[in-house]
Design a protein around this ligand. Structure first.
Ligand code: ATP
Ligand code: MG
Length: 175
C-alpha cells in the first residue's frame, strides 16, 4: 500500500484531538509535501499516534504539541514535538525498551504499560526506518520517525528495497 504521509499525520492528530482538548493542549499539524511511504496506513498511524499520545501525556496543561513532516536526505521525517517534562540523557537511551518507564512511582498513577515506544520502534523498523529522540529534562522532547520515501516509479516494495540494499546492480554503469 502506497501511503500518503500527509494522511498519516492528519489521521494520527485527528484521533488524538479529544485527549489534547481535554488537557487544553494546542495540537497542530504541519505537513508540506506530497510524499509517500510504502507500507501499512493503520500501522503508520498507530506509530505516530503513540508519539502524539506520549507528547500530550507527558506535558502540562496549556502547552503545545506539534506534528510535522519534512524530507531529510531522501527520507521522510515525521517529528512530534512537545514542551513537556522531558527526559534525561540516560532515559532517552532506554525509553524504547519494552516495559521501560521513567519514574515508575509517578507514572503508575498515569496508567500506561511502557510498551508504546517499543511498538513504535517495531512498526518503524518493519517499514525500513528508525526512530530518533531529542530531549532535555524540563524543556520538552522531539521524537522523529525516519522512513524511506516511496517514489512514484517504485514498481514493487521488494524491488525498491533490493535497490536500496544494492542487490540490484545499477546498469547505467556510472560510478
Ligand atoms: P504506554 O504503553 O501506555 O504507551 P508509556 O507511555 O509509559 O505506556 P512508552 O510510550 O513506551 O510507555 O514510553 C516509555 C516512557 O518514556 C514513559 O513512561 C515516559 O516515562 C517516557 N516518555 C515517553 N514519551 C515521552 C515524552 N514525550 N516526554 C517525556 N517522557 C516521555
Ligand atoms: Mg506511551
Amino acid at each position: 500500500e502506497r501511503v500518503p504521509v500527509a494522511r498519516v499525520v492528519e489521521e494520527a492528530v485527528d484521533r488524538a484531538r479529544t485527549v489534547a482538548d481535554g488537557k487544553h493542549i494546542e495540537l497542530s499539524a504541519l505537513h508540506g509535501g506530497d510524499w509517500y511511504i510504502e507500507g501499512s496506513f493503520e500501522l503508520l498511524v498507530n506509530a505516530v499516534r503513540n508519539l502524539v499520545d506520549n507528547a500530550i501525556h507527558y506535558s502540562n496543561e496549556g502547552t503545545r504539541v506539534g506534528v510535522g513532516a519534512k524530507l531529510e536526505d531522501e527520507r521522510v521525517a515525521i517529528a512530534v514535538t512537545d514542551q513537556g517534562i522531558g527526559l534525561s540523557t540516560e532515559d532517552t537511551e532506554r525509553v524504547f525498551e519494552r516495559f521501560y518507564r521513567v519514574d515508575p512511582a509517578r507514572s503508575r498513577m498515569t496508567g500506561g504499560t511502557g510498551l508504546g515506544l517499543s511498538i513504535v520502534k517495531h512498526i518503524v523498523a518493519t517499514h525500513g526506518g528508525e526512530v530518533r529522540v531529542w530531549s532535555r529534562l524540563g524543556q520538552g522532547s522531539t521524537f522523529t520517525i525516519l522512513l524511506p520515501q516511496a517514489h512514484a516509479d517504485d514498481i514493487t516494495p521488494g524491488l525498491a528495497e533490493a535497490a536500496r540494499q544494492g542487490i540490484l546492480i545499477d546498469s547505467t554503469g556510472d560510478d
